[in-house]
Design a protein around this ligand. Structure first.
Ligand code: SAH
Ligand code: SF4
Ligand code: F3S
Length: 443
């Protein structure tokens, strides 16, 4: 590889899908001889990888794009590029170019692999390039990936989403479901193990429908069992599961396979049947609670996490109370709580009975208080226990400590040096904090 002295910075908003796309863009740039920097002022190429799942994600991008104008004035050779989910929305690319003419390259989620080509063209032609594709061009394998961690890696097993929950923009900006071939996934993970990786997280918007449309006789449970066979791999996680598609064979696989960690992220979104119907989630509160029972019975020490939306159009006090009651009943180990955000183009955006901001915030605060109380109580129960921790890196703000996660996903900080990174160690939990644990290493 020839170095070219040019530096890039990629700033990523949104979920692991975007993180992975950014790792691919970075991988391509590195293989072309570019090197990364973490300072915008030092960069020759600045790339924003955007998310549009909620309005505040978009607002942040606008603010940041505005700030780049000065940098471009100082360094006219600077290439500014913006990509990701936000760009896939109708009319968005045109609006960005109009409002921020200092942007050089705009592309979407279906053509990130073409970035090096757009970069060349932008340099040669000296004018802005806008390339958004409405459909994917098939799954592109073999793109170099420059991963952030040396210990754990995200591996996408499927792209897109077919579910069209009425509030959600993801299916419109990420396209229809398509699965990678099992051998491509297995080979990628074997390659990672050879490089020293210990943990993989299999990614998809709805991993339980993995395999549909492939010629191979495969489904998600079978894939999990195949991945579990990979020698040298220590831990396997996955996200996201959709409650309507989570089957007993997946739960059994977690219970039976030693590498599959005892952790399930199962977004419930709401605890009321009428709300779930309006959200087009295709399961009931009863079905969800049945799943919880089965999971807890079959997988000891399992940790269950979720996503919840507050203030969906028409949400009544009673419906909100149902969500709150479900949260108390399930006792989540962690929950991502979101204020409903109108996304143009989705069915829920057309509903007239939007919940007023004050009500939304009031309910949101009640929910968060409850969730935090449950998490703290659950963490407390870990005091005195000895748990296996995979060390991921030095602790934030304290380099005499390292941090890692238990099999069921809890963050643990303890005294240790950087040669522990990548190792599995036993740690005695000495103190539970609100969102993490403190411990000491035991022989
Ligand atoms: N495919 C995953 C996650 C998709 S987006 C799933 O089905 O669970 C991550 C989370 O963002 C969702 O679970 C949902 O809770 C939240 N979300 C999506 N659209 C939203 C909106 N319009 N307003 C607020 N939260 C939203
Ligand atoms: Fe969005 Fe629903 Fe698809 Fe998840 S399953 S990405 S919430 S449409
Ligand atoms: Fe955001 Fe796109 Fe993920 S909209 S949540 S980055 S799929």
């Amino acid at each position: 590889m020839k170095e070219n002295n040019l530096r890039y910075i990629i700033e990523t908003w949104g979920c692991q899908m975007n993180e992975e796309d950014s790792e691919k863009i970075s991988g391509m740039l590195k293989s072309l001889g570019y090197s990364p920097t973490d300072q915008r002022e030092e960069a020759d190429i600045i790339i924003f990888n955007t998310c549009c799942v909620r309005e505040n994600a978009e607002q942040k991008v606008y603010g940041n794009l505005g700030m780049l104008k000065k940098l471009k004035e100082k360094n006219p050779n600077l290439i500014i590029s913006i990509c990701g989910c936000m760009m896939q929305q109708e009319g968005m690319a045109e609006e960005i170019i109009k409002r921020f003419p200092h942007v050089d390259i705009i592309f979407g989620t279906h053509n990130a692999h073409k970035f090096p080509e757009y970069l060349n063209r932008a340099r040669q032609e000296g004018k802005s390039i806008v390339e958004i594709k409405q459909k994917d061009e098939g799954i592109i394998e073999g793109i170099p990936i420059d991963r952030k961690s040396d210990v754990k890696a995200f591996v996408t097993i499927m792209y897109g989403c077919n579910n069209f929950c009425t509030y959600c923009i993801v299916p419109y900006v990420r396209g229809r479901e398509r699965s990678r071939k099992p051998e491509d996934i297995i080979n990628e993970i074997k390659g990672l193990v050879n490089e020293g990786y210990k943990e993989v997280t299999l990614l998809g918007q709805n991993v339980n429908s993995y395999g549909k449309g492939l010629e191979e006789d495969i489904n998600f449970a079978k894939l999990l069992r195949l991945v579990n066979e990979i020698e040298g791999l220590e831990r396997v996680r996955f996200m996201t599961s959709h409650p309507k598609d989570l089957t007993s064979d997946v739960i059994d696989a977690i219970a039976e396979c030693d590498k599959l960690c005892e952790q399930i992220h199962l977004p419930v979104q709401a605890g009321s049947n009428t709300l779930l119907r309006r959200m087009n989630r295709n399961y009931t509160r009863e079905k969800y609670l049945e799943l919880m029972k089965e999971i807890k019975a079959k997988i000891p020490d399992v940790s269950i996490t979720t996503d919840i939306i507050i203030g969906f159009p028409g949400e009544t006090e009673e419906e909100f109370e149902d969500t709150l009651a479900l949260v108390k009943e399930v006792e989540y180990d962690s929950a991502f709580t979101f204020l409903y955000s109108i996304r143009q183009g989705t069915p829920a955006a057309k509903l007239e009975n939007q919940v007023d901001e004050e009500t939304k915030h009031r309910r949101f605060n009640i929910l968060i208080d409850e969730v935090n109380k449950i998490i703290a109580e659950k963490n407390k129960k870990y005091e005195g226990r000895i748990l296996e921790v995979l060390v991921e890196g030095l602790s934030k703000n304290d380099d005499t400590k390292v941090s890692g996660r238990t099999r069921n996903g809890r963050l643990v900080n303890f005294e240790g040096s950087k040669d522990l990174i990548g190792k599995l160690v036993n740690v005695e939990i000495t103190k539970a904090q609100s969102f993490s644990l403190i411990g000491k290493i035991v022989e």
